[in-house]
Design a protein around this ligand. Structure first.
Ligand code: MTE
Ligand code: MO
Length: 254
C-alpha cells in the first residue's frame, strides 16, 4: 500500500482532530498522531480533509467497541455519603440556564418505540408508582468539572423488562424536550445503577436538572445522561447523539 500524504497534511490532521476528537483526547492525539500513522491504522488514504475526519471517526468507533468489550455489567460506580453532595449542584446544557425547558408534568407522556412489545405511552404518575431506588454518585462532565449528587427513580432494567424491550438489541436511544438526543449500549441500559431519575436530592427533579425524567448513569460521562426525556426507542441501528455527532466519543464511559 502506498500512503499519499498531501503537503498540508499536518494542518489537515490538526483541524480534523479539533473537530472529531473528544476534548480530553485532543492533546494526546495532537502530540502522538501523524497522518502516516493514522493512514496505517485505518487503511484509509488520506488525501482530503473529509477522508482524515472519516479515518479519525473510524478510530473512535473502534474505541467504542473496545470500551463496550471492557465494560463490566456488574461493576458498580462509587457511591458517597450525604455529607459529600455538591451544593449547589452545577447546571449544564447546550444553552444557558435562563433557557431551561419547562415541561408540563401532567401533559407529559413518555413515548416508546422500536423493539418493545408494549409501546403504550407512560404518564409521570405511572412511573412514580414503580419501585424506586436512590443513589449518591459522581457526575463527570468532559468540560472539566465533576460533582456529587443524589438521584432517585426507577431502575431502568426493571422498566425495560416491564415494557417487554428486546434486551438483546444493541442500543437504547433517547429524545429530549429540547433538541438533545443520545443513545447508549444495552449493557449500560441494564446496569444496576442506571436509573430513570424522577427526583433530585429527595425532591421532584427541578426543571434545570431535567424534569420530569432524566436517565442517570454513574458509569457514563455527563453528556450521555439525557435530561427532559420525552421518547425512548430500542434499536439495532446506530443513532449517535447531540455531542457524539460533533465528535464526542459515543460510548462515553466514565
Ligand atoms: N436534554 C438535555 N440533556 C442533557 C444536556 C442538554 O443540553 N440537554 N447536556 C448534557 C451535559 S453535557 C451534562 S454535563 C449534563 C448536565 O446535567 P446537570 O444540569 O444536571 O448538571 O446534562 C446532559 N444532558
Ligand atoms: Mo457535560
Amino acid at each position: 500500500m502506498s500512503i499519499i500524504i498531501p503537503p498540508d497534511g499536518a494542518a489537515m490532521l490538526k483541524d480534523a482532530i479539533a473537530k472529531v476528537a473528544q476534548p480530553s483526547r485532543r492533546a494526546f492525539l495532537q502530540r502522538s498522531l501523524t497522518l502516516g500513522g493514522l493512514s496505517l491504522l485505518t487503511g484509509c488514504s488520506l488525501d482530503s480533509q473529509e477522508s482524515v475526519e472519516r479515518a479519525l471517526m473510524s478510530v473512535s468507533r473502534f474505541n467504542d467497541r473496545a470500551q463496550g468489550l471492557l465494560f463490566d455489567p456488574n461493576r458498580l460506580a462509587p457511591t458517597y455519603p450525604d455529607s459529600m453532595i455538591t451544593r449547589p449542584f452545577p447546571f449544564n446544557a447546550y444553552y444557558e440556564e435562563d433557557e431551561v425547558r419547562h415541561v408540563d408534568g401532567e401533559a407529559w407522556r413518555l413515548e416508546l418505540s422500536g423493539l418493545i412489545a408494549d409501546r403504550k405511552p407512560w404518564t409521570l404518575r405511572q412511573l412514580q408508582a414503580m419501585p424506586q431506588q436512590s443513589q449518591i454518585t459522581r457526575h463527570i462532565c468532559v468540560e472539566g468539572w465533576s460533582a456529587i449528587g443524589k438521584w432517585g427513580g426507577v431502575p431502568f432494567s426493571v422498566f425495560l423488562r416491564r415494557i417487554g424491550a428486546d434486551l438483546s438489541a444493541k442500543y437504547v436511544g433517547f429524545k429530549c424536550a429540547d433538541d438533545y438526543f443520545t443513545s447508549i449500549d444495552m449493557a449500560t441500559a441494564l446496569h444496576p445503577q442506571t436509573l430513570m431519575a424522577l427526583t433530585y436530592d429527595g425532591q421532584p427533579l427541578p426543571p434545570r436538572y431535567g424534569f420530569p425524567m432524566k436517565l442517570r448513569m454513574p458509569t457514563k460521562l455527563g453528556y450521555k445522561n439525557p435530561k427532559h426525556v420525552q421518547a425512548i426507542f430500542v434499536t439495532n441501528t446506530y443513532s449517535g447523539g447531540y455531542w457524539e455527532d460533533q465528535g464526542y466519543n459515543w460510548f462515553g464511559g466514565s
